[in-house]
Write a new protein. Sequence first.
Length: 457
Amino acid sequence: MTNRLDLTTGAIPGQLFRMAAPILFGMLIFSLYMLTDLYFVSRLGPDAVAALSISGNIFFVHLGLSFIIGTGAMSLIAQSFGARQIDRAAKVFQQSLMLSLFTGGIAAICGVLVARPYIRFFGGQGDAFIWGVEYFQIYSVSLLVLLLLHVFGSCYRGMGDSKTSMKIMFQSLVLNIILDPVLIFGLAGFPVMGVKGAALASLISQVYGLIIYIYLIFFKKQHIHLNGPWKIDLAIVKKSLYIGLPSGLAYFLLTANLLITYRVVSQYGTPALAAIGIGYRITQVTYLPSVAIADAMAAMIGQNLGAKRYDRIIETFWTGWKISSLFMLGGTLVCWIFSAFLIHLFSKDAQVAHFGIIYLKIVSLSNLIVGTILTVSAMFQGIGKTYPTLVCAVADNFLFAAAVLTLPILMGWGISSVWWIKLTAGALEMIFSSIWLLYTIKKISRISMEPGPTLDD
């Protein structure tokens, strides 16, 4: 029995849920990686949480690289499977793995080298500095492993299989949950490692997941055979990067956005830095249903584009957007009603709780905005036209940076103004990207009725 779905046939809501459910479960597992680390590290005090918050931003380097390679790979593989061009899908898979090895290796080396100045620049002091450097350096090494894991997962989703990634992530999580307390607190004869132990636990469990992927693809030959020569195919690389670069650059802009936020928030002290680290991880969990639906949408849209099922492309977008919006509104309600409870799960410090509750209540109001941006981006990823995502992200990040670096100082506003500025900039990005999307949908509708034009016209 195969886990792979043909996304060009069948009821769209059902296909979306069948693809999105394993993706969501896998993402929840990945978030539990981060929350597990945070839960155990928080037992070491606010300095440890601040160290994890500052150094954890390197995760966005992983996301940016993953989207540059993974988005293009997923889109091209989905289109190839939709057009029944399996050999081409295998070539795309190979090129993606080679790109991951090269870029992940460079990122890992650079991360180790810049750890100390990075942590110092973003407010790390005393134990927070020492622990932050340790975590950052180990996590930098794991960038290569994480990048390969993400690209394997993207390629599997392009083939219509989201269950395999979910199973691998679950096994890795169980291993991480076991290793975290052992390495952090020095159980079972291991030395006490503190924050460094959390990073090592994650790295070991991620390597375990990567080994499973390697076995399935190279030994079991699951879904696809990578038997061709392992050499760079510039035509495929260029096409993949054309699709993936805008999405990846948009995430690098998000990283810059977050780093600016941390720099501004650091003026309010270590409790504020700890609070944003906790609040950010909680809000990311509320985004996961929308992220999962968006990933499923991109794969479905890609396969239907390859099969020239233009009617299903449009229906997939609207169905996905409606489902995503319901989940995101639910996330907003949870953050508002249970904000104090959620923050206190990770810190009993009064100042951390104060800043964290403010963060959750304001930032969660943008859930519907974030969900719309994610689903619009999925549409552009699926059809292989991702530059609108980049253009809108550039505008959003420029407006946010300009406002957050000037208005709180000039107007004498407090820390809550940072979150209101973030919400406003996101709303503007949603409006711009939605207008662009409506134009694209109109174009797809015209193509479905007139066989001559294409999306490239």
